[in-house]
Design a binder for this molecule. Structure first.
Ligand code: PEP
Ligand code: MN
Length: 264
């Protein structure tokens, strides 16, 4: 397989506006669950800039469990993200959910995210593989590690090898967390593929009280990065209101994580 270490032993490094993902030094992706307004995104972007961080996330096309929940601002959301990212010199990561929106997204995003619900949408994976944009691929809701690797192979097989794998928790019988963070997936994916591996501590745990130790665990087992959601006023968020950090919580989370990173 093209994504395997047996095929290429050198680590894939992805350059996002100067932030090199996959070098061994962890990268961080923060931003709101959904893009709601320019002011909302800009507040998070400013906080990233203050910390010297480069990678801003935000959902414009939201794959919601209920059709009656907020579905995202669509292309308008991508425009807002790009405006904020340009203003604060950040790179944008945003999820695309249908093959025909991939081309539209190319003008607005630096990384196309393929979410857990679409991680086995093979037509979407192939279309993402025909672009030259880096792709952040989440693990499927109940996806095995080998299915995760095969999904990445779908992208690579079309010509695009710039893929970041993102462990985001899997469905298990456990109810104490939103999903079960499979920390062991990180060293396995690092061993079996040459791709950078990140851990999303928001959608895996769904619990703000344990995001920091889980993010530390991710770095300790060799993750190339951590993703978490940040919103200036989570109480009024249109999605994932319960699990996004506000800016003061984000400040504390990041300073403790960065201090941990410096020690390992
Ligand atoms: C997200 O990152 O916005 C998201 C919906 O995550 P996941 O696909 O992992 O559920
Ligand atoms: Mn979310």
């Amino acid at each position: 397989m093209l994504v395997s270490r047996a095929y290429k032993n050198e680590d894939t490094v992805i350059d996002l506006k100067g932030e090199k993902v996959g070098t061994g030094k962890a990268s961080f992706v923060f931003g709101p669950c959904s893009v709601e307004s320019y002011d909302q995104v800009a507040a998070v972007a400013e906080s990233l800039k203050d910390k010297g961080l480069k990678l801003l996330r935000g959902g414009a096309f939201k794959p919601r469990s209920s059709p009656y929940d907020f579905q995202g601002l669509g292309v308008e959301g991508l425009e807002i993200l790009k405006r904020a990212a340009d203003e604060y010199d950040l790179a944008v990561i945003s999820e695309i959910v249908t093959p025909h929106d991939i081309e539209k997204a190319l003008d607005f995003v630096d990384v196309i995210q393929i979410g857990a619900r679409n991680a086995q949408n093979f037509e979407l994976l192939k279309e993402a593989g025909r672009t030259n944009k880096p792709i952040l691929l989440k693990r499927a809701l109940s996806g095995t590690i080998s299915e995760f690797i095969a999904a990445a192979e779908y992208i690579h097989s079309e010509g695009n090898g710039q893929i970041i794998l993102c462990e985001r928790g899997i469905r298990t019988y456990e109810t104490a967390t939103r999903n079960t963070l499979d920390i062991s997936a990180v060293p396995i994916l690092k061993q079996e593929t040459h791709l950078p591996v990140m851990v999303d501590v928001t959608h895996s745990t769904g619990r703000k009280d344990i995001m920091l130790p889980c993010a530390k665990a991710a770095l300790a087992v060799g993750a190339d990065g951590v993703m978490a959601e940040v919103h200036p006023n989570p109480a009024v968020a249109l999605s994932d209101a319960g699990q996004q950090m506000d800016i003061p919580a984000f400040d504390k989370f990041y300073s403790e994580l960065a201090a941990f990173q410096a020690k390992i």
